[in-house]
Write a protein that binds this ligand. Sequence first.
Ligand SMILES: [Zn+2]
Length: 94
Amino acid sequence: MEKRSHTWKYFSVCETDESKAQCSICKTIISHGGSNTKSYSTSALNNHLKNKHPDEYESITAVMRALLIAYYMCVLVNSFVSKLFEFEPYSDEY
Ligand SMILES: [Zn+2]
């Protein structure tokens, strides 16, 4: 997961220490792994939401599930449409 994950809806990066994030619900400061933006991880934040704010966690996973389903629908429609246009009208049969 990268920084723009839905998890960040409930957290903001600590201004004095970028390796820490603050929960916007209970104001707890959580260390989320790396010391720079490239090694950010949302797993610690996800765990916090899961344990302390199950309702919010559920709303995030619901969004992710919906996005995943939408993605697979797109893949399915794409492969269906490309099959429709697979015939070759200019073959050298005659
Ligand atoms: Zn919290």
